[in-house]
Ligand binder design. Structure first.
Ligand SMILES: NC(=O)c1ccc[n+]([C@@H]2O[C@H](COP(=O)([O-])OP(=O)(O)OC[C@H]3O[C@@H](n4cnc5c(N)ncnc54)[C@H](O)[C@@H]3O)[C@@H](O)[C@H]2O)c1
Length: 383
């Protein structure tokens, strides 16, 4: 088999996302399966160059996974001619500077979201990347969740008729860190370090709404900090200055109203950590990470409001599971494969830095809407 090596700098592999989703479940998983087959018969072989700030952590990760190529010198790694792609999974606040350096070095870039902390930086980055003529992509993993893939299948198959509304619930309790360790990094809860759930989740909701339903035209949001004191990784208390919940209303083309609650201060009373209910004239669906249940128009029961009599209907049992009908691979890996095909053989690709900038735009307008207490329209981005 003709193996074509492709050098990829992976920056931020000591972090949660960088290590688990991108290195282990994507790049190493592709290698474990023998590489990525291309249309012309070649096999693309990703060669990771691990980059980070801590020699000890990088060495430990490399040793554990049988890798030898790692460095704390980002610029040195980007100067290598055998490196063609730069990937960033660092904390959000470190992203723009590193992406710029990679663009200047002429590398294609693939990055975690949000692409920047502000819209102006995100636009500037997308323009700079276009001018440099490099290829760029942004992680849009939620689209590849099996539950949302099934939802997309229903939309494309016309199941819903006219789509009326979307109700999303995302969240779980993130421990404060005092009597039980927090399950998310502390920078997420400090505004000055790029934290905040609006900046974290609105970029996701934007591409989910835009790509499964319709363009998003207006946003109204309320961002709040419910838990204002937390304990960091070393057990020190700190003031949680970033928003940990956001209640958002999005208006889409076609009159679709999407309402999505995102919270790190909510206890789960759902089947999955995220669920979207979609109601249409011909049927409804509830999609989560893995599952998707439907209730078509013809099978819709007729509840009658009667506060005096406990209902005999078991509403949850009145829904039907949508079958998998295919094998779903890890969403991060699926997207890596698309991006690598885009780089290697110019395969079609849509989630670029402009899509990433639209996500940052909705987050920024959401925060502004919350601060000013008003609904904001979402203008087209100036290119
Ligand atoms: N796509 C998704 O579903 C998803 C989920 C969670 C996080 N993210 C994004 O991924 C990125 C990383 O998030 P994470 O949860 O893996 O964070 P993390 O704290 O676990 O990892 C952060 C990484 O950045 C590095 N880093 C570089 N400069 C740093 C600095 N000045 N301070 C602290 N760390 C620094 C760390 O060493 C580490 O490798 C964020 O931008 C976040 O928004 C995406």
């Amino acid at each position: 088999m003709d193996r074509t090596p492709l050098g990829i700098v992976l920056n931020g592999v000591t972090g949660r996302m960088g290590l688990r989703q991108h290195l282990i479940r994507s790049i190493l998983a592709i290698r474990a399966d023998g590489g990525l087959p291309l249309r012309d018969g070649r096999v693309l072989w990703p060669e990771p160059v691990l980059v980070g700030r801590s020699e000890a952590k990088l060495r430990a990760i490399a040793d554990e996974h049988g890798l030898t190529d790692w460095t704390t010198d980002l610029e040195g790694a980007l100067a290598r001619p055998d490196v063609q792609v730069y990937f960033d999974a660092q904390v959000t606040s470190a992203r723009v500077k590193a992406l710029r350096t990679a663009i200047e070095a002429g590398k294609h870039i693939y990055t975690e979201k949000p692409v920047a902390e502000s819209l102006s930086e995100a636009i500037d980055l997308a323009r700079t990347a276009d001018e440099a003529g490099i290829k760029h992509g942004v992680v849009q993993d939620k689209l590849y969740l099996p539950g949302l893939q099934k939802l997309l299948r229903l939309v494309r198959g016309g199941f819903f008729g006219r789509i009326l509304s979307v109700r999303g619930e995302f969240g779980y309790w993130v421990f404060e860190g005092d009597w039980q360790a927090a399950q998310r990094p502390s920078w997420n809860y400090r505004a000055a370090d790029g934290g905040g759930i609006t900046l974290d989740m609105f970029p996701h909701w934007h591409y989910v709404l835009e790509q499964i339903f319709a363009p998003v035209r207006a946003v109204t949001a309320r961002s709040v900090t419910h838990v204002d004191r937390r304990w960091d990784e070393s057990g020190e208390p700190y003031a949680a200055t970033a928003d940990d919940a956001v209640y958002g209303l999005f208006e889409l083309d076609g009159g679709i109203v999407a309402q999505i609650n995102s919270s790190w201060a909510v206890r789960v009373n759902r089947d999955e950590l995220v669920e979207f209910q979609v109601d249409g004239t011909e049927g409804s669906a509830v999609a989560g990470l893995h599952h998707c249940r439907i209730q078509p128009r013809a099978a819709t029961p007729k509840p009658v409001w009667d506060p005096d009599v406990p209902t005999g209907q078991r509403f949850r049992d009145q829904w039907q599971q949508v079958p998998d009908n295919e094998v779903f691979v890890n969403g991060f890996r699926a997207q890596w494969e698309q991006f690598l095909r885009y780089v290697a053989e110019d395969a079609p690709y849509t989630g670029d830095l402009w899509a990433g900038a639209r996500g940052v735009q909705v987050a920024e307008l959401g925060l502004q809407s919350s601060n000013e207490g008003r609904r904001l329209e979402i203008p087209e981005l100036p290119r």
